[in-house]
Design a protein around this ligand. Sequence first.
Ligand SMILES: Cc1ncc(COP(=O)(O)O)c(C=O)c1O
Length: 476
Amino acid sequence: MMTIALRLPPQVDLPDYQTQFGEFIGVGPNGNLWVDGCDVATLAATFGTPLYIISENQLRFTYRQFRDAFTSRYPDVEILFANKSSNGLAIRHIMNQEGAGGDCFGVNEMYLALLAGSNPKSLVLNGSNKQAEELEMAVHNGLCINIDAEDELDRIDEICRRLGKQADIGIRLKLDLEALRHRTGVAMHGAGTMKEQSDSTKWGMTREQTVAIVRRAQAMPHIHLCETHFHLSRMNNDPRDFAVMAREMIVWSAYLRDQTGWIPSCIDLGGGWTFGKPYGTGPGAQIDDASAPTPDDYAEHCCIAIKEEAAKLGLPLPKLRMEPGRAISGPSGIAVGQVGAVKQGQHKKWVNLDLSTNHLPWAGTMAWYYHAVPVVNSGVAGEELVDLVGPLCNSDEVGARRRMPPLHRGDLVAFLDTGGYTESCAARYNAQLLPATVLVRGDQAEIITEREQLKDVAGRFRVPPRLLAGSFAPAA
Ligand SMILES: Cc1ncc(COP(=O)(O)O)c(C=O)c1O
């Protein structure tokens, strides 16, 4: 039987599971998989499958761990939840209640965050090609806009003058990252070392561009320079690599001070923080295993690096922002599918589920990413190696080579740690309908995203009148 060491407890009562897959997800009293106080088999029967389930308490707990790890080591910290990882309204409400800010990407994520009542001063707008409507909404509502294009400053300034408003801005940096020239993350975001990835992606402004933006902004009365920003989807298990980035941001601050006189009062380290689970998340268990850093590990390394570098360069300690997404939302969710056809081939067995790579988008490219367990008798070790597949017309492997008990039509399989980038990235390939999401707290379960219906898909299609009976109309 597996047991994981519990992490720091905020003021929420932890369920007492036979086996734990998280603080609020584990094997309950009847041997089934439970999310907080709810039996997942009952949730699947009540709400249908495929189904996403989010534990509210797990979400809060994980957020607090992250927050506490940094606030206990650093004087001024703001955690901005990366809304893209799970951008439903209920999730944003929970984050608001926790005091979390947010990273918004695009006009609709910004709109949703504002609709949920998030404090605009705790939201940032990121993006490499922000639309006029997007910039205007950000200026209207007072979000900090992280500039990532040379003409963005002028566009913001024009909007400010037209609306008679002030705007907070940050600048997204392209860090040098020499120290990460040979360091690699998970091959999630393409080939190359972390430096190569950072250099080759579209993100961030060079030192010269940053200096030019700062100098021009200093002459614009409507513009307030607030922060520098960096994000690289690193996804590796070494917190020292994050500390390298944090340190470089301070070095960049000193450079800006020397060139322009402006010292950023805030640095935003972006996201990419992993989350570790001793049980791993698949056969490869490449990142989410016992070696994965905890929030405390990240905080320890990053805060020391920032303090050391700031002292060395004679800079005041900036406010520290970061934008964790998957590390907060990931462990809070599971995805449940029901078994349909089971096929025994000559060399392997396929277990078809109604859950697909549409619903677990990363399973398609990283077969190891999610850990699968049967919903009934979840703690019992599997006997046979099977390919868990979805119903789509591609190979649709949601979990290749998984050890499972004998599964039959009607059984349920759950994938763990699917709270991030599943619903928000879900696709409709093969006109498959999007699942519902249920939020669980204690023994309460409520729908927070309705299951998509055929009308939602078919209703968007239009046929030009000339085509309606075109195949059958008499020739002119
Ligand atoms: C600017 C920015 N911040 C934060 C994040 C969140 O990253 P993660 O979910 O890996 O923490 C992303 C992800 O793409 C991002 O682009």
